[in-house]
Design a protein around this ligand. Structure first.
Ligand code: HEC
Length: 281
């Protein structure tokens, strides 16, 4: 009995301690501002009401679209039905589709005061496209320099889209898509000492490396031209070795192919956000 009681006392004491701790942490969380790096969720109306609380912070603003002001800017309001005193300017340099007026949006970006020079500094390749009289209306007001503009269907209208490939890049992409399976088949041919298969694949890969070489010659990319030329030479060596039945020689040459692929990819291949590959600019 005495044991159980003391056990209970201890439990109670612990709970009181924990409670105090939780309270203390909660009070501190209320007092201390969140670190600047965290995303602060806020309604468009609150941002307009208390700009100083949010300046310089990365915010996630929700509200309805009031009006498209230019190809990369629009205004936002907390409630389209209640006319607001002022509206919130959103500048989204990468906006690729205009949001529909009246739709509910979530915008992520940095809260700042409207200042043309400051906008220019943040968006290095961006030129603000607001009409001068509209600019004048927002001067000095809080606005959001946005990196995401998410519509109700979860589509980010400010997502950076890859620039379309040039016809040459498109043709080269097809070459690379063929290089991969051909190389795999070539390896199988050599491993199996299969003369017909090895010769056929080496011939195809020689042609593909030749096209790769031409592509990079036109772009003036010297190291890539050298790797592609090495590929052409290796294919000639493999063909020769296969027809002479020199499979050790063929294997030695085949082992030198993958490092070529890797070196050139490391230097000149770029992975896009959508997982596809491009030639580096
Ligand atoms: C001289 C440079 C060079 C060499 C050598 C090279 N590549 Fe590439 N490859 C590239 C570049 C640049 C890209 C990106 C362009 C693209 O995919 O449109 C690429 C893309 C690819 C892709 C992705 C294609 C796609 O879009 O899905 C594959 C797969 C590939 N290479 C395989 C190979 C293999 C396997 C080898 C060696 C047998 C090889 N490459 C050798 C330059 C090279």
């Amino acid at each position: 009995m005495r044991r159980r009681l003391s056990g209970r006392y201890r439990q109670m004491a612990l709970m009181v301690c924990l409670g105090t701790l939780v309270l203390a942490v909660a009070t501190r969380a209320q007092q201390a501002p969140a670190p600047a790096a965290t995303l602060v969720p806020v309604a468009a109306s609150s941002l307009l009401l208390h700009p100083d609380l949010y300046l310089g912070r990365t915010v996630s603003v929700f509200g309805t679209v009031e009006q498209n002001l230019s190809a990369t800017t629009f205004s936002m309001d907390q409630d389209a039905k209640k006319p607001a005193m002022s509206d919130l300017l959103i500048v989204a340099p990468t906006l690729n589709a205009q949001p529909k007026a009246g739709t509910y949006m979530t915008v992520v970006g940095v809260a700042m005061r409207f200042d043309q020079a400051d906008i220019q500094k943040r968006g290095r390749n961006y030129t603000l496209d607001l009409a001068p009289n509209v600019s004048e209306r927002y001067r000095g007001q809080i606005m959001v320099f946005a990196t995401s503009v998410v519509d109700p269907g979860m589509v980010d209208l400010a997502k950076v889209l890859p620039t379309p490939m040039t016809p040459e890049e498109g043709a080269f992409d097809k070459v690379m898509k063929q290089v991969n399976p051909t190389n795999a088949e070539l390896r199988k041919g050599v491993e199996g000492s299969d003369k017909a298969m090895t010769t056929a694949q080496a011939l195809t890969l020689r042609k593909l490396f030749g096209e790769t070489k031409t592509f990079f010659e036109k772009r003036g990319t010297a190291d890539a031209v050298a790797w592609a030329s090495e590929g052409v030479e290796l294919m000639a060596a493999i063909e020769k070795a296969a027809s002479a039945g020199n499979w050790t020689g063929a294997q030695e040459s085949v082992a030198k192919v993958t490092p070529l692929c890797q070196q050139c990819h490391a230097a000149h291949r770029e992975r896009q956000d959508d997982g596809t590959f491009r030639v580096k600019k």
